[in-house]
Design a protein around this ligand. Structure first.
Ligand SMILES: *[C@@H]1O[C@H](CO)[C@@H](O)[C@H](O)[C@H]1NC(C)=O
Ligand SMILES: *[C@@H]1O[C@H](CO)[C@@H](O)[C@H](O)[C@H]1NC(C)=O
Ligand SMILES: *[C@@H]1O[C@H](CO)[C@@H](O)[C@H](O)[C@H]1NC(C)=O
Ligand SMILES: *[C@@H]1O[C@H](CO)[C@@H](O)[C@H](O)[C@H]1NC(C)=O
Ligand SMILES: *[C@@H]1O[C@H](CO)[C@@H](O)[C@H](O)[C@H]1NC(C)=O
Ligand SMILES: *[C@@H]1O[C@H](CO)[C@@H](O)[C@H](O)[C@H]1NC(C)=O
Length: 345
C-alpha cells in the first residue's frame, strides 16, 4: 500500500496569502487616549505612547507638521497627493513612515524630503502613484515597500549603501528587466525581495548572496540562467508561478541545489518535472503541461538514506492521473504528506 494519498483539500496557498499582512495598521490601538502636547489637531499622539502619531484615515490632503520626538507616523488611507519637506523639519527621530493608500505622485515629492529622516527604518509607500522610487534614503533603512504603484524602473544606486535593508517589496508595478538592472547590488542584508506582478522578462540579476526569499510570480519570465542558483547560496523560497517557463528555459540541474526548500513553478508551460534536489520540501507544479511522472526528477538514487524530503507536491491541472505515478515513487517520496495529481479526485 502506497503511503501516498491524494487529499481532497487541494489548496495549499495559505502561505502565499500570508504575505499580505497588514497587522501593523492596528498598532497599539488599545492605548489611544488623549493626545500629548504638540500633536497636530488632525492626528492623535497617545499620551502613553507619545512617540507614535496616528493620522490615518482622516481625509487628509497634506502631511501635518511632525513634532520632535515622533518615531512612528501613520498616514495611510488619506487623500495625500504631495509631500513637502517642511512637514519633516523636526522629524529627525522618525523610524516608521507609513503612507499606504494615498495618491502621491513622484513629481509631487519635494527634493530633499528624506534628508532629515536620518533614523528612518521602515518606509511603506504601497498603493500610491509613484512612477519612480523616492530617495536617497537613510542608511538605517530595513524595510522598503512600494507595491501597487506605477514604477517602470528602479535605477541602480537608489538603494546603494543601505547595509541593513532586509526587505524590499515592489510587487504590482510595471518594472522591466532593464528597469531594475543593478538595483539590488551591494545590499548586504537583503533577505526578502518581491518583484511579483511586474513586466520582467528575466529573473533579477546581481542580487546579494544573502537573499532567502525571492518572489517573481506573474511576470513574463521564459528562462532561468544556468548558473542563477549558484549565486544565491542561501535562497530557500523561490516563486516563479504564472510566467512563461517551458522546458527549454530550464537548464538541466538548475534547481539541483541543496538550499532550496520551496519552489513554485505553477501556471507555466512545463512538459516535464524539472530535476530537484532531495532537500526540497514543497514543489508546486500545478497547471502546466506535464504528462509524465519521472521519479528521477526527485531521486537519482534510492536507498535507506537516499530519498526525497518532499512533503507537498502539487501536480493537478496537468496531463497526469494517479496511474501516471510509478510504484517506486512511494519509496522515493517517502516523506510526502500531500501529492495532488488531480483537481477533483
Ligand atoms: C521645530 O522645533 C523647533 C524647536 O523645538 C520649534 O521652534 C519649531 O517651531 C518646530 N517647527 C515645526 C515646523 O514644528
Ligand atoms: C492615482 O492613480 C489613480 C488610478 O490608479 C487615479 O485614479 C488617480 O487620479 C491618481 N492620482 C493622481 C494624483 O495622479
Ligand atoms: C545596522 O544595524 C546594526 C545592528 O543593528 C547597527 O549596529 C548599525 O549601526 C546599522 N547600520 C546603519 C547604517 O544604520
Ligand atoms: C545534483 O547535485 C549533487 C550534489 O549536491 C550531485 O552529486 C549530483 O550529481 C547533481 N545531479 C545532477 C543531475 O547534476
Ligand atoms: C546517498 O547517501 C549517501 C550517504 O548519506 C551519500 O553519501 C550520497 O551522496 C547519497 N547519494 C546521493 C545521490 O545523494
Ligand atoms: C495525455 O496523456 C495521455 C496518456 O499518457 C496521452 O495519450 C495524451 O497524448 C496526452 N495529451 C497531451 C495533450 O499531452
Amino acid at each position: 500500500m502506497s503511503p501516498l494519498h491524494v487529499p481532497l483539500l487541494a489548496l495549499l496557498i495559505g502561505s502565499v496569502l500570508g504575505q499580505y499582512d497588514y497587522d501593523y495598521y492596528q498598532g497599539p490601538a488599545m492605548m489611544l487616549g488623549p493626545s500629548g502636547p504638540n500633536c497636530p489637531e488632525e492626528c492623535e499622539c497617545p499620551v502613553h505612547f507619545s512617540s507614535a502619531m496616528y493620522c490615518n484615515n482622516r481625509h487628509l490632503k497634506a502631511i501635518p507638521m511632525v513634532p520632535t520626538g515622533i518615531k512612528y507616523l501613520y498616514l495611510q488611507d488619506n487623500d495625500i497627493k504631495e509631500i513637502k519637506a517642511a512637514a519633516f523639519v523636526n522629524a529627525t527621530d522618525l523610524r516608521w513612515l507609513i503612507l499606504d493608500n494615498n495618491q502621491i505622485t513622484s513629481g509631487a515629492v519635494e527634493k530633499g524630503v528624506f534628508d532629515k529622516l536620518k533614523s528612518l527604518e521602515k518606509l511603506y509607500f504601497n498603493f500610491n502613484n509613484l512612477t519612480e522610487p523616492v530617495g536617497p534614503l537613510a542608511k538605517t533603512m530595513n524595510e522598503l515597500k512600494i507595491m501597487g504603484n506605477q514604477m517602470s524602473k528602479f535605477p541602480s544606486g537608489i538603494l546603494s549603501g543601505l547595509e541593513n535593508l532586509t526587505l524590499v517589496d515592489l510587487q504590482g508595478n510595471q518594472l522591466t528587466t532593464e528597469g531594475i538592472a543593478g538595483a539590488f547590488k551591494g545590499l548586504k542584508s537583503l533577505i526578502y525581495l518581491d518583484v511579483s506582478k511586474n513586466k520582467l522578462g528575466k529573473l533579477p540579476t546581481g542580487l546579494p548572496g544573502s537573499i532567502e526569499m525571492l518572489y517573481a510570480d506573474h511576470n513574463d519570465i521564459s528562462s532561468i540562467p544556468k548558473e542563477y542558483m549558484q549565486k544565491l547560496p542561501t535562497l530557500q523560497y523561490l516563486r516563479i508561478s504564472h510566467n512563461k517557463l517551458a522546458d527549454s528555459g530550464i537548464p538541466a540541474g538548475v534547481f539541483n541545489v541543496s538550499n532550496l526548500i520551496e519552489l513554485d513553478l505553477s501556471y507555466n508551460k512545463l512538459q516535464n518535472i524539472p530535476e530537484v534536489h532531495e532537500n526540497l520540501e514543497n514543489l508546486y507544479l500545478q497547471v502546466n503541461q506535464i504528462n509524465k511522472f519521472d521519479v528521477g526528477s526527485f531521486c537519482k538514487i534510492m536507498g535507506p538514506v537516499n530519498y526525497s524530503k518532499l512533503r507537498h507536491l502539487r501536480l493537478d491541472g496537468n496531463n497526469l492521473t494517479r496511474t501516471s505515478m510509478p510504484d517506486e515513487a512511494a519509496n522515493c517520496l517517502r516523506m510526502a504528506t500531500d501529492v495532488i495529481l488531480e483537481a477533483t479526485d
